[in-house]
Design a protein around this ligand. Structure first.
Ligand code: DP6
Length: 336
C-alpha cells in the first residue's frame, strides 16, 4: 500500500478500510450513454474480471480533514480525477450519514506506465473501500451501482468471473463464476504512456458525430445475447466471434467520428493478424481492443502458452501479460 509522505492514514482516521478490485475486459462493449447525467449505458455489456490487474484502495474518514485528499499511484490527484473520486465519496457519505472528509490512497499492482491503468478497478475498489470505511454493511449490488455512477465499466469489476451491465441499468449482475468457464486472456501491450483521449470524451464524440452510432446501439443487444448464451454454454468460438464483432463495430463508430478517434497503432494490427493466423492454424484465439492500442486475446487455458509466445513475437508488441478470470472485489481490512 502506498502512503502519502509522512502520513499514516490510521493516525488521523475515525474509521477506515482497504479494498481490492480487479480490472475487467469487456467481451461485449459498453460504448455510449443512455443518460449522461446519471451515467447510464446505452448498450448492454458483458465482461471478464481479470486477476493479475488489481487496484488496492484505502479510504480513511477523518474528523481533522477539511477536504478530501485523493492520492493515485503515489501522486495527489487534482482536477477531473479528483472530482470523480470526490463525487463518489459524496454519494457514500449521503448514504451512510458520515460527515467526515476522507483520505484516499489508490495503487495498481500492474504496470501503469503501460497505459493499462483502468478506471474500472479503481472506482470499484474506491466504492467498496468507502462503503466499508463508512461502516455500512457491504452489499455488492449497491457497491456496483455506486461504482457505475463514477464509471460504468467499474460496475462490472465488483463481480468476479463474468458480469453484465444491461442497457440503462444502474448496477451490474453476476453472469457466471470463474470456475463455470475457465478461460485465459493474454494482454499484448503495444504502447507506453497514457492514451490520447479518455473513454468518456471519446464516446460522447462518437454519439454526437458518427453516422454509425445509431446502428451500433440497435445492434448491440443481439450481440450481447449471442455472447451471453455462448458463455453460459461454454462455447468459446461463439463467445469469441461475438466479442470480435462487438470490438470491430465499436471501433468503426470511433473511426467514423469527427474528428476520428483512432486508438490503434501499427502493433495493434500486427497482434490482430497474429490472432487470425493462430485461428487458421486451429488455435481458438479471439481478439478484443478497448479505448486504447492494446490487444487482449481470449483463448482456452490449454492454448494460453502458445498464444502468448505468438503474441510476444508480433512486430511492435512490447510485452504480454497473462490473466485469468478474477475474484469478486473484497475488503482486506477495516479499522476504527
Ligand atoms: C471501451 O467505463 O471508462 O472500455 O462510464 O464514461 O467512465 P465512463 O466510461 P468507461 O468506458 C469503458 C469503455 C470500454 C468498453 C467497456 O469497458 O465496456
Amino acid at each position: 500500500m502506498l502512503r502519502l509522505p509522512g502520513v499514516e492514514p490510521r493516525e488521523l482516521a475515525v474509521s477506515g478500510a482497504r479494498a481490492v478490485a480487479c480490472s475487467n475486459i469487456a467481451l461485449v462493449k459498453y460504448w455510449g450513454k443512455a443518460d449522461v447525467e446519471r451515467n447510464l449505458p446505452a448498450v448492454p455489456s458483458l465482461s471478464m474480471t481479470l486477476d493479475g490487474l488489481r487496484t488496492v484502495t484505502t479510504v480513511a474518514f477523518s474528523a481533522t480533514l477539511t477536504e478530501d485528499v485523493v492520492s493515485i499511484g503515489g501522486s495527489v490527484a487534482t482536477g477531473k480525477p479528483r472530482d470523480r473520486a470526490v463525487a463518489l465519496l459524496e454519494r457514500v457519505r449521503a448514504l451512510a450519514g458520515v460527515p467526515h472528509r476522507a483520505r484516499v490512497e489508490s495503487a495498481n499492482d500492474f504496470p501503469t506506465a503501460a497505459g493499462l491503468a483502468s478506471s474500472a478497478s479503481g472506482f470499484a475498489a474506491l466504492a467498496l473501500a468507502a462503503v466499508a470505511a463508512a461502516g455500512r454493511e457491504v452489499d455488492l449490488s449497491e457497491v456496483s451501482a455506486l461504482a457505475r455512477s463514477a464509471s460504468a465499466s467499474a460496475a462490472r469489476s465488483v463481480y468476479g468471473g463474468y458480469a453484465a451491465l444491461g442497457a440503462g441499468a444502474e448496477r451490474a449482475e453476476r453472469v457466471a463464476s470463474a470456475a463455470d468457464f475457465p478461460l485465459a486472456m493474454l494482454v499484448a501491450v503495444t504502447a507506453t504512456g497514457p492514451k490520447s483521449l479518455g473513454s468518456t470524451e471519446a464516446m460522447t464524440r462518437t454519439a454526437q458525430t458518427s453516422p454509425y452510432y445509431r446502428a451500433w446501439v440497435e445492434g448491440a443487444p443481439a450481440l450481447f445475447e449471442q455472447a451471453r448464451s455462448a458463455l453460459l454454454s461454454r462455447d468459446l468460438r461463439g463467445l469469441g466471434e461475438a466479442m470480435e464483432q462487438s470490438t470491430l463495430q465499436m471501433h468503426a463508430t470511433m473511426h467514423t467520428s469527427v474528428p476520428a478517434v483512432v486508438y490503434w497503432v501499427p502493433a495493434t494490427l500486427s497482434a490482430m493478424a497474429c490472432v487470425t493466423e493462430l485461428r487458421t492454424a486451429g488455435v481458438p484465439a479471439y481478439f478484443t481492443i478497448d479505448g486504447g492500442p492494446h490487444v487482449k486475446v481470449l483463448t482456452s487455458p490449454e492454448h494460453a502458452d502458445e498464444v502468448r509466445a505468438k503474441l510476444t513475437g508480433a512486430a511492435g508488441v512490447l510485452r504480454v501479460l497473462s490473466c485469468t478470470p478474477g475474484p469478486d472485489a473484497f475488503v482486506e481490512e477495516t479499522w476504527e
